[in-house]
Each structure stands twice: as structure tokens, then as C-alpha cells.
Design a protein around this ligand. Structure first.
Ligand code: OXD
Ligand code: MN
Length: 587
């Protein structure tokens, strides 16, 4: 099966433990894929959608109890609890293995065990990393084929002697009581049992490219981040790249594929990635980013020709839809898609849609589609060295407190502002939606080690370069007293991106406040936008009273990291508190 002895021994050991009927080494070919699809259509795992309107598209309905990431069942298993940190659920390595191995025992009897060699990152990039996922789910194989570079070339990479992450997955019996997603970063190993949901089961994505990779990145001096990567081309043809981190289901895919407003003649946005960035310091002192993924696993509801035309043009063919609704003529459907709601609709659980049962599409229903189909896909997305990043943008979903945009004063302040991000929770993870929680760098669910060490790692880049990206914080989600969004968002976010680029070039103004540098209305290009002056002022306002309370909450959160918290973070808290009090006195 492979001439790599380590891989061969691991495959044998997994087969002995899980007792599959058959073992299949995935080569990634079209013939193999077609056969798998045929089998999944025959056993009901997939349903064919309308071939005329949605060629080569399929619908998968998951178990209703298996529709999102399960953060409470996700563990980082290390020798020392301190290394996982208060931001992770922790289990001792031996205990973790023992617990999950008991679930894996004999679990593949009657099933095929698929061995998927995969590569995260472009072929030929020194920054790409390999993995092997062993799974008993053909749905996982079909999704991994879109999301990563799988098969022979990835195996060649491993057989050439490169290290690889070992990921073992079984859907088990989908019993939420027998479900765990465990990471063993010290062993470059993942074990996931009892869920077929993307974030829990496509192990190249969150488990490898974020949790394990963030651990590796810290040891090796790079960054693995929950960030989209995009290029902004100005009318002169110059392209500036930015990377932006937002919590799950807060619009990363929409921002990555943004279409500028009509007034922005000659401007264009190019998509490099919509979810994950791996960043390395180049010899020139700049940070260069690659997207380790090859596809998009995006949230369907809310996606339309108005909110994200590029995405709609991407996902009409060769896509797998999970837990969306379906129309009488076999087209996928979700809340927020274009056009009126059809009178006849099957919901995500396969029932005739009845509003009393909730939305037709699950709020975390997804599409999986190759990035190469995206009309705004950048011609730089597969270059081995990546793209140079000029700005980092962080943000959360906050109906109050955070202004539309601010710029950090310097690197330390930028790391603090990113670490202090808070956001209202979404349907991407099981649990209550709409609760404000701290989500530093949008990595709360994904950082594979102690956040205090992670912030120290971020801060350490200052010692290594004086050409680091500028850092910005945005909030597209501010609401007025009646609960309406004040900022139009989507394509109009280009107006904020333009200010950010101008700040990187030193060609736009800002006012210094305790929390950062903020534009005034005149500094933003709002041409053609129907927004009155009072609303613009409110979007950019900092209320010192609210910010004093916010700083108390931030201080309390950081306090939970004890002595491990870097001094530079404490200094930022003290400075901002002091300056807020001074600004109140001066007012
Ligand atoms: C995702 C997530 O699926 O962040 O990208 O949950
Ligand atoms: Mn994500």
C-alpha cells in the first residue's frame, strides 16, 4: 500500500484495532470518485440535485444531532495541562488515548476503511504540510477531495520522507454520548469519533490546519491562523494583500469574495482563501501567507447574488450541499437565497417544509466546493511562497461597543486588540447562539495550546522584523436602538478596506483615541452610500463609559491566564484604562 514504513505500520495497527471489512488507499482519481458517489447515491448518503440547473451537485442530510462543531467534546491532550491552557478542554495524553481507543475498537466492522493521504498548501510550497486521514466515511473522502490536495501526489510527498499528521476518524454510531474530537499535538495525531460534520470530521481543516498546525507553528516560528486572505487591486493595477480573522459564520467567505460598490471603478478583490492562513516571515521581513486549503466549506444561509455574487457563481456546479432545503425541481435552497420562497420545499431533515419546524435549511448548513471555480480566485493563490501581507484585520460580531474600524497604535497594541476580540456566538458550534464571548484572534475554538503562550508568540515577531503588517479591528455588526444594523456591510465593506490600504500607504487620516486610531467620516470613501452623518458618527464613536466597562471585562478575561500572561498585554490594559480616564477628565 505504501513504502513508508511508519505509515504502513500505522495503517496495520488501525486496521487491527477497528477491524474493517476492506481497506482502500485513496488515489484521488476521477474513476474512484465516481464510484464512491455512485455508492453513496445507492445507499442514500447523497441525493442527486437537478443536473440541468446544478450539474454534478449533491445533497447530504446529516444526522439531526450532528450539524456543527462540538467544542465541549473537543480536547487537546498533552502531558501537562498548562500547555493546553484554560482556553482548551484538556485530558492527559494516556487518558485521552484510552478513552477514545475504546470507542474505536471494532468500529469499522462491516465498513470500508479509507486511507486518504493529503497535502495542506500548494504543491511545491516549502510551507505545505502532509497528513493522512483514515476514515470509514465516504462522505468525508468526497469532501476532503474538494478541501485538500489528496491522493497520489500527497503520498509521494510523504514517501519522499516528509513528516505527516496522523488523523483517525470514524462516524461510529453518531451517538452524541459517544463523540470526541481529540488532538495530541506532541504526537502530531488527531482522533475523532462519532461525528460526520465537516469541522469535526474533515481532519485536514480545523484539527490539522489550525489546532495541530498552531502548535507546530509556535515551535517552528510561524503562524497558523483562522484568517481569510484577499488581494485588493486598485485602479492603477497594484494589488495589496490583507489577512482577516473573524469568528465562524461572521462573514469571512463574503469578505474574501467581495465585489466593490459601483462607485469603486477599477477596484477589484481577489480571493486567496476564506478560512485559514499559514504565515511565514520572508527574508524581506514581511509576513507571507499561503492558504492551506483547496476549497470552501461555507455557510449557505444568507448567501445570495446580493450578499456574495462570486460565491453564488462558484457553487452552482460540482458542489456538495449539506443540510440545505431542496425545491420541488431539485435545486438547493436556503433562507436568504435570491427570489421568493417556493411554495413547495423539502427541509434539511427531508420533511415537507413547515415553518413551525424552523427554517428549511439548517442555520449551519454548508456547501463544499473547489476554490478554483471562484470567479475572483487569485492567480497568486497557488504560488509556493504565498502572498505578502500588508494588514491584519480582526473583528467580531458585536451589536454594541466596538466601532466600525480602528487601527492599532503599534504591534503590541495590535496583538492586544486582537487578543481582546469578543463576538456573539453563531450556529457554527453547538450551544447557545448570540452570547458575547471572548474569541481572541477568532482562535478560541482552534488554538492548540495555551493562549498566553500564543500571545507571547505573536508578540515575539516584533523582535524578528520591523516590516510587520499594520493591525486593524473592524465591526460590521453594530446595531441602532431599534436593533437594525447601522452599516450596510457586504460589498460596502470595501469602503473600510480602502481606508485600511490608504493607512498602510500613509495617505489617509485618523484621530488618536485611547483604543486606537479612528477615521472620521471625511476619511472614508462613502460616495453613493445612503448613510446620514449622525449614523456615520455613531459608527465611529467611542463611548468612554462603555469602554471602561469593556476594559473591566477584558481585564477579567486576561486574568484567567495568571502569571503566564505576557507583560506587554498587561501594559496595554493599564495604558488604555489610564487614557480613557484622562480623556473623560479632559472632556
Ligand atoms: C468553519 C468554522 O467551518 O469556523 O470554518 O466553523
Ligand atoms: Mn472557520
Amino acid at each position: 500500500m505504501t513504502n513508508n514504513p511508519e505509515l504502513a505500520a500505522w495503517i496495520d495497527a488501525v486496521a487491527a484495532a477497528t477491524t474493517p471489512d476492506k481497506i482502500h488507499l485513496v488515489d484521488g482519481s476521477d474513476a474512484e470518485h465516481d464510484k464512491l458517489i455512485e455508492e453513496m447515491l445507492a445507499d442514500g448518503t447523497l441525493e442527486k440535485l437537478n443536473e440541468k440547473t446544478h450539474p454534478n451537485c449533491f445533497l447530504h442530510r446529516s444526522d439531526p444531532s450532528d450539524v456543527a462543531r462540538v467544542e465541549h467534546l473537543t480536547f487537546v491532550c498533552t502531558e501537562s495541562e498548562e500547555d493546553a491552557g484554560p482556553n482548551n478542554n484538556w485530558m492527559a495524553t494516556d487518558e485521552g488515548h484510552a478513552k477514545i481507543d475504546a470507542l474505536f475498537a471494532g468500529c469499522m466492522t462491516g465498513r470500508t476503511m479509507y486511507v486518504i493521504p493529503y497535502l495542506m498548501g500548494p504543491y511545491g510550497s516549502p510551507f505545505s504540510r502532509a497528513g493522512v486521514e483514515i476514515t470509514d466515511s465516504p462522505y468525508v473522502v468526497a469532501n476532503m477531495r474538494i478541501m485538500a490536495r489528496i491522493g497520489r501526489r500527497a503520498l509521494d510527498h510523504i514517501e519522499a520522507g516528509n513528516s505527516f499528521v496522523r488523523g483517525l476518524h470514524s462516524v461510529g454510531d453518531l451517538d452524541p454520548e459517544r463523540r470526541f474530537i481529540m488532538h495530541f499535538p506532541e504526537e502530531l495525531m488527531i482522533k475523532s469519533f462519532g461525528s460526520g460534520y465537516g469541522g469535526n470530521a474533515l481532519l485536514g481543516k480545523k484539527c490539522h490546519a489550525l489546532r495541530i498546525a498552531s502548535w507546530q507553528a509556535r515551535t517552528e516560528g510561524w503562524l497558523a491562523e483562522h484568517m481569510l486572505i484577499l488581494g485588493i487591486e486598485d485602479p492603477s493595477g497594484k494589488t495589496t494583500y490583507v489577512a482577516a480573522a473573524f469568528p465562524s459564520a461572521c462573514g469571512k467567505t463574503n469578505l474574501a469574495m467581495l465585489v466593490p460598490p459601483a462607485e469603486f471603478k477599477g477596484w477589484k478583490v481577489w480571493t486567496v482563501g476564506d478560512d485559514i492562513a499559514w504565515l511565514h516571515l520572508g527574508e524581506d521581513g514581511r509576513l507571507w501567507a499561503i492558504n492551506p486549503e483547496a476549497g470552501f466549506f461555507g455557510v449557505a444561509p444568507g448567501t445570495s447574488l446580493t450578499t456574495n455574487p462570486n460565491c453564488m457563481k462558484t457553487l452552482g456546479r460540482n458542489a456538495i450541499y449539506t443540510n440545505v432545503g431542496v425545491t420541488a425541481d431539485g435545486a438547493p435552497w436556503w433562507e436568504g437565497i435570491d427570489g421568493p420562497k417556493p411554495s413547495e420545499l423539502i427541509d434539511w431533515q427531508g420533511r415537507p417544509h413547515d415553518a413551525a419546524n424552523g427554517p428549511a435549511a439548517h442555520p449551519n448548513s454548508r456547501f463544499t466546493v473547489s476554490a478554483s471555480q471562484c470567479p475572483s480566485y487569485s492567480d497568486q493563490a497557488n504560488v509556493p511562497q504565498g502572498v505578502p501581507i500588508s494588514a491584519f484585520i480582526f473583528g467580531g460580531r458585536r451589536s454594541a461597543v466596538a466601532p466600525l474600524v480602528f487601527e492599532a497604535l503599534d504591534w503590541d497594541h495590535g496583538v492586544f486588540a486582537a487578543a481582546a476580540v469578543a463576538s456573539e456566538t453563531t450556529a457554527a458550534a453547538t450551544g447557545q447562539v448570540g452570547q458575547v464571548r471572548r474569541d481572541p484572534m477568532a482562535m478560541k475554538p482552534f488554538c492548540g495550546y495555551n493562549f498566553a503562550d500564543y500571545w507571547a508568540h505573536w508578540l515575539s515577531f516584533k523582535e524578528r522584523s520591523d516590516k510587520l503588517p499594520k493591525v486593524f479591528h473592524v465591526n460590521w455588526f453594530r446595531k441602532d436602538a431599534d436593533g437594525n444594523f447601522m452599516w450596510p456591510g457586504f460589498g460596502d465593506n470595501m469602503r473600510v478596506l480602502k481606508w485600511i490600504i490608504e493607512r498602510c500607504e500613509g495617505s489617509s487620516d485618523a484621530v488618536k483615541t485611547p483604543i486606537g486610531l479612528i477615521p472620521q467620516g471625511k476619511d472614508l470613501d462613502l460616495s453613493g452610500l445612503d448613510l446620514n452623518e449622525a449614523t456615520v458618527a455613531a459608527l465611529l464613536a467611542i463611548d468612554p463609559k462603555i469602554w471602561r466597562t469593556e476594559m473591566e471585562a477584558i481585564e477579567e478575561y486576561f486574568g484567567s491566564f495568571g502569571d503566564r500572561l505576557p507583560g506587554a498585554i498587561v501594559e496595554q490594559i493599564e495604558r488604555i484604562k489610564r487614557e480613557i480616564i484622562e480623556s473623560q477628565k479632559a472632556a
